[in-house]
Design a protein around this ligand. Sequence first.
Ligand code: SF4
Length: 223
Amino acid sequence: MSENIKFVGKNKDSKFLESIIEQKNEGYKKDFSSSFHPSTITECPRRLVYRTKEYTTGNKNEYLDKMDVTFRIMKWIEFFRKMKSIQVLSSDFIAADCHYNISGKIDAILKINGNNYVTKIYPINSLNYAKIGQNGAFKKHVIEIMIYMWITETTGGILLYENKDNNEYLIFNVDLYIPIINSVKKKCLNLIDCKIDNRLPNCPYKDKKSAECLICEFNKKCI
Ligand code: SF4
């Protein structure tokens, strides 16, 4: 190792590369989202409104993490494209409803045995993979995919979880349940009212020691 040290260093270009990666991550942290994302719709309403005012994250490399997820999703879609018994009807597209100010991205719509399925692919770590293996799909993902099913008027959903540590996978199908969509619509309309009136939704917790508050990026500023 020490013999190689004379060949290793930082020149103008390697520093430039470092700085543009840094800038990209910084820029990503400042991204602004004015609509509600289906993947976070189960979270505290106040947190959702904070998110639409400013997007912050404590993760320096969030942009690179997202790219890793993107490439894993692309891998699965390419895999499905090569299977004769499955048709990829579309992939990687935005699904939005302006009345409820909600928008997000669908990984693919697959045709399997003549039935259409909105498909979401989640690369996750071993800990979460074990939880899902024991208890089934995460509720927030079930609700997220139902929102996409409602927006695209598709009655079937597929959730695919890939363990990022060993490439094992779990697949679940989801049926649309309209009462859940109705409660999502109600929540979105309430959030829109809050934004129009420039006020925060009521705090849903007794104190800031609730599980969601403890991991919330707005914990310090939330009053
Ligand atoms: S600190 Fe708690 S109440 Fe405030 S936005 Fe975050 S989760 Fe909601």
